[in-house]
Design a protein around this ligand. Sequence first.
Ligand code: FAS
Ligand code: PHB
Length: 389
Amino acid sequence: MRTQVCIVGGGPSGLLLAQLLHKHGIDTVILERRSRAYVLARIRAGVLERGLVDLMHEAGVAGRLEREGLVHEGAAIAAGEALFRIDFKALTGHTVVVYGQTEVTRDLYDARDATGGETRFEVEDVAICDADTDAPYVTFRQEGTDHRIDCDFVAGCDGFHGVSRQTIPDRVRQEFEKVYPFGWLGVLSQTPPVEDEIIYARSERGFALCSMRNAELSRYYVQCPLSDRAEDWSDAAFWDELRRRLPARVAERLVTGPSIEKSIAPLRSFVCEPMRWGRLFLCGDAAHIVPPTGAKGLNTAASDIHYLYEAMVRYYRDNDREALDGYSRRALARVWKTQRFSWWMTTLLHSFPEQSAFDLRLQAADLAFLRDSEAAQRALAENYVGLPY
Ligand code: FAS
Ligand code: PHB
């Protein structure tokens, strides 16, 4: 088999890259470890920055997003009983769109089907070979048969636990990591959202988040110990804990119902440098992870894809390697800004086990400054709607 770009990973990064390259006549093959149904069953991100919305339009897959996505002009921050709003639109002129990553992935798979592009599911033992030569290739097994794909480039879009990042030799690769001493217990429920905008809540009992997917589908999170298991939390216990972490006037409006999905995600900050080795290019979670507090995971994958797809088009159209050579530096410059923002939002809003009384006063002062300062709110809003690509 031969293709121009072999994409390892059929999540949003790999699918969006494939669709954008297809728009420019560049051939791809996607290798996905799981089944399509498994990938589409994942409940993850919910907020799309303007950059990702623009890329979905550029890829020709924004129809449903336009019809069903919820445009949000702001979000609320709750601190104990206090509640204040960050007006993204007034402060930046931009908004975000609430539209589940699951739907983004579904739209991209439907578009992939329409292009007739090759996607191999349930592949095993993927190995990226000779990435540091001009003739890379990828081997994999599927249904007991060994395969090889010769290609011009490999895009490592296989997430944090994939093989791509490990293909970069230890002597070349530098990894930066911060692991947080808590996780997020997330619940999806067929209930009307408690508020029509997202609420980030800081309470003495820990962080909580009120989000949604549409007017009848709500997404809630509470910070929880890493030792917890989702099956240890009854729905009643979750709703009770969520209410305790929200201002009373919000909690009393909460409509509860059976959870249709319940899971715990650990929180970490992680960056791999460089994001390129020879003809292998890392994108999305394969290269970096953020705590979801700033809603930057999927959105930073999108800016990687923007940089890489543009560079690949310039290579094939103009035989220009400059953008490919600059990909890692350019992507990392924005990755670290989203790392900073995600870390800042997480430290602002979560309870940390080792916090001293002094730390708690600093956190309260940080929230009060954010409440009272337009400059501070503008800084948050600029990061939340998405820094320029
Ligand atoms: P993904 O991990 O989505 O996709 C990688 C794909 O590669 C997967 O389909 C995987 O099966 C496949 N793969 C792995 N190894 C392979 C191999 N060896 N061969 C072939 N395929 C392989 N971000 C937010 O912005 N907000 C959130 O609320 C949020 N919540 C999250 C909750 C969880 C539990 C997780 C894990 C992440 C969350 N994220 C969130 C981040 C998430 O949205 C990612 O940023 C997003 O999925 C990145 O997309 P990809 O880079 O495509 O990686
Ligand atoms: C979500 O809706 O899943 C969501 C929203 C905002 C975040 C994280 C997750 O910061």
